[in-house]
Ligand binder design. Structure first.
Ligand SMILES: [Zn+2]
Length: 211
């Protein structure tokens, strides 16, 4: 999804962006709106994931509950997981494999070409979490470690929100079957568009392996 190229440059906007685009194909730069420290970013993401769990619990256990309330809570949980699991998945897998991070980036998708034109604008402007890797630790990391770390982001974006809809369906929440079908298609779309992208997480994982 959403990262600057891992070229070790921490400046934004990168002074050499134009040169890079001319030199190495035309990889689009992700639109970055801001940075967060790793600590603040982790707290926000953990809070978001916890809020998703609360929404799921409300959908399941609040009595009496209307079908509309339960369905709304399922959608809230799915959205929260979609926004808050991606960056922290990069971080958690990276840290397990010895990669450190400088900060989180907040910005649009790193894979805009993966979306149809109407949605592309929206996804370029959503506040999605990305990570800026620490250059020295990336130089020491094995290609496989880097590939796992990059893959973790988009994989979690596809899998984690979908798990919440499976849970909703298993819990017998009204309308959850339809939402599960939507979520499955969304997940497959996310994975396949990222897989074909030149700039998404899987492309970075492939570059790490073939470098
Ligand atoms: Zn990512």
């Amino acid at each position: 999804m959403q990262h600057k190229q891992v070229n070790g440059s921490l400046e934004f906007p990168p002074r050499n962006a134009v040169a890079n685009m001319n030199a190495s194909s035309s990889l689009q730069q992700r639109k970055i709106f801001g940075h967060l420290s790793i600590v603040v970013g982790n707290m926000l993401q953990i809070a978001g994931i916890a809020a998703a769990c609360v929404a799921l619990a409300l959908a399941r256990f609040v009595q009496p509950r209307t079908a509309a309330f339960a369905a709304a809570m399922l959608i809230v949980a799915w959205l929260f997981l979609y926004f808050f699991c991606h960056g922290i998945a990069h971080w958690a897998v990276g840290r397990l494999l010895g990669i450190r991070f400088a900060f989180y980036t907040i910005g649009g998708t790193g894979n805009p070409e993966g979306y149809p034109s109407g949605m592309r604008w929206v996804f370029e402007h959503l506040p999605l979490f990305g990570v800026q890797t620490d250059r020295a630790s990336m130089q020491k990391a094995s290609p496989k470690a880097k590939a796992f770390m990059w893959s973790a982001g988009v994989t979690s974006s596809a899998v984690v929100p979908t798990i919440s809809t499976v849970w909703g369906w298993r819990a017998g929440i009204a309308g959850s079957k339809l939402f599960l079908i939507f979520a499955m298609f969304w997940a497959i779309g996310t994975l396949s568009s990222n897989w074909r992208s030149q700039t998404g997480d899987y492309a970075k994982a492939r570059r790490a392996l073939h470098r």
